[in-house]
Design a protein around this ligand. Sequence first.
Ligand code: SF4
Ligand code: SF4
Length: 615
Amino acid sequence: MNWPGRIVLLILIIASAGLFLRKFVAALRIILAAKPDADFRLSPIGPRIRKVLWEVVGQGLVIWQRPLPGLAHALVFWGFCVFALVTANHFAEGFGVGFLSDGGFSRFYFLTAAVFALVVAIAISGLAFRRFVIRPKWLEPLSPESGLIAFLIFALMATYLGRFWVVEGTRAAWGLWWAHTLVLLFFLPLIPGTKHMHLVLSPITVFLERPGFSQIPPLVGDEDFGLDTGKDLTRITSLQAFTCVECGRCTEHCPANATGKILNPKEIILGARHYLQEFGPKSEEPLLGKHLSMEAAFQCTTCGSCEFQCPVGIQHLPIIVGLRRGAVNTGKWENSYGGELFVTLERHGNSLGFPASEREKFIEKNGLPYFDGTQDYCLWMGCLGSYDPNGRKILLALADVLRYLKISFGVLRQEKCNGDPVRRLGNDYLFGELAQGNLEQIREAGVKKMVSICPHCVRTMGVDWKEHGGTVDIEHHSELLARFRDRLPSDGGEKQSVVFHDACYLGRYRGVYDQPRDVIARFGQVVEPPRARERGFCCGGGGGLMFLGEESGKRVNRERAEELVATGASVVAAACPFCNSMLRDGLAAASANPPELLDVAQIAAAAIGKNSAGS
Ligand code: SF4
Ligand code: SF4
């Protein structure tokens, strides 16, 4: 290229890079000006690197979640990686210092890039077709910028491929070279102002993700009330807000959104971003208002689907629960059911509002032993196992199975709610009181190992209590029973079909999918509903919503119950007393003749009963 051409090229590069940097640095300034994450630790670094390799470089999560569009996205990404060298060479050529020649490795590389260019052009056309013609609702609203970027990527590939059809040194070759250059230079400044910011930020966001699934960071000091104003947004939250690629995976899998509530997890993340862009991280403007809705924040069941699905490491639960904390701790949240739940827990220590004497009577009537330090396990009863008629049936069924397996157990003399509903609703003060009171009882009783019928108790006591010094070794009864499944009787005859409903707090939160199925498979034919395992659909009861209820849209439990009924199974199996309670109502509403609803422990206990009757 002649000197005037080179000067024009240099000016264009400087302008394009300058525009890119201006927008990028503005976003970076906002992120860095946010509050540091007090609880953040970089070590251990190995799992962080592995996560980046799997999720970013390998695009594993993207492909696993949505195989076809995921593969299309992965091909675009890998194509961009291959094009990095081609692009560097392209600009170098403009200044007469191209480093890829026409022979050997260079030729091979150009041809490889050509194959990628073809694949990327097809993949981006497919993605654009899906977004603008098929139009899945979670990709709404349509943004013209997405269309423009898709067109630019297509144009980049087409102008690269065109060079293989023109003779070098001709006007056509010169025109293609400049067309490719201009598309590149136009594309670059669009990155930081659009969802394509994820091209730059997502490796950092995935690397810096807070450890632990749906982990709620502890409040720090007396002045930390949760997410109330911009001052409470931390750097990692701000980084995540700027990384959202607006793919809508979180919204697609959100049970609240699927049943017509206003909660849209994508909009929660974008709301945080828009707040930061308008008010900044030092603002005292309330977060709940123009960009984020209090109603939406309190519609969340904390099922974790959104966080589980996000391909760029965005953690929704710390934000949603953080907003609840901010609203509850500053007295902005007014909800009669929520207020009643808090008062009930303060007065009675259990979420159902019964006097503790009712628990004692139940223990004595059913001959449950008290834990005295000699038994294998301390059986944590939980609010539902202690006071709810259906929860009690599950607990007694488990006690029967444990006796059959000759596993000794005892219950605590005193037990209060572990604090799960108030923790998820943002009342940290009450949560702390409940956790500390229970921890004292557990320590005094000399408990080593615990088992519970409730995945919410298992999660809260095993993970959330750590904030209050808890080191409780607790597992879910399905895990314990699965270890001893060979000692359980097996129904050799024709097995009835059992559809298993994955509890969010057992599956996504704890990674326990096979164990309850392994236990059920001894006695029944396990049937899978359309949304199962990692994609299991919530019962609607988590996050304190069992006590708040749903005021708009279809009820989540009804939606799930209809799906379970449609499998035609004769039994619905659950592994959580919350799910059991929600599905009981849902099944009654969904069918005049609903399948039987049983917990995994009840299925095992029934088989043991049959076995002993027959022996
Ligand atoms: S946790 Fe579940 S209910 Fe809450 S926003 Fe995420 S997907 Fe929706
Ligand atoms: S938060 Fe994650 S899953 Fe949701 S739209 Fe953004 S990138 Fe996609």
